[in-house]
Design a protein around this ligand. Structure first.
Ligand SMILES: [Zn+2]
Ligand SMILES: [Zn+2]
Length: 171
């Protein structure tokens, strides 16, 4: 099973609107990827039958099995942090706790009925050089990435969930 390092990142703009496999065919590929990896997130190891996303390891239109990995909704939101910042789902903070640990701790907290604000307060976060909700974090990566297919924020910057509902708590 392929495992990905989960970091807040953006895909190169040149790869944003690739030719997509037709829907009926995509559904078959999607099912095959999920079954191959037993419905388990390639980032944080969360397993859920419902709502798993399929992520392109190399962004673009390569829909071959080797380029696809299941990600939980939370890991996927981190891997496409530009969109998540636009939706207001996450903020960017410096954190001593790594990204996957933040995702796991947040999911566990939500499962126990804690609010995202209460979970966030346990992380001892420090502000980066921009406002935590600034989309500029993503824009800066897009401007500076050149021909790279994907760029990520440097550690210790992490995405912290502030408005996110799809935690896939039940099968
Ligand atoms: Zn995950
Ligand atoms: Zn993706």
């Amino acid at each position: 099973m392929k495992s990905l390092i989960i970091r807040p990142g953006v895909a190169n703009k040149a790869l944003w609107n690739p030719t997509r496999t037709p829907r009926w065919q995509w559904e078959k590929v999607r099912k095959a990827v999920l079954e191959r990896d037993d419905f388990t997130c390639g980032g944080c190891g969360h397993r859920a039958i419902k709502g798993m996303n399929i992520h392109h390891v190399d962004p673009g239109s390569d829909d071959s099995m080797t380029n696809l990995v299941p990600l939980c909704t939370a890991c996927h939101a981190v891997m496409h942090v530009g969109m998540s910042l636009q939706y207001g789902s996450v903020e960017i903070w410096e954190s001593a706790i790594d990204q996957v640990a933040i995702i796991r701790a947040t999911r566990d907290g939500v499962r126990l009925g804690k609010s995202l604000a209460a979970v966030k307060a346990t992380f001892r976060l420090r502000r980066g050089d921009l406002a935590p909700d600034s989309v500029e974090y993503a824009n800066r990566m897009l401007r500076g990435m050149g021909d790279a297919p994907w760029a990520a924020l440097p550690q210790p910057l992490c995405a912290v969930f502030v408005k996110f509902k799809t935690w896939q708590l039940a099968d």
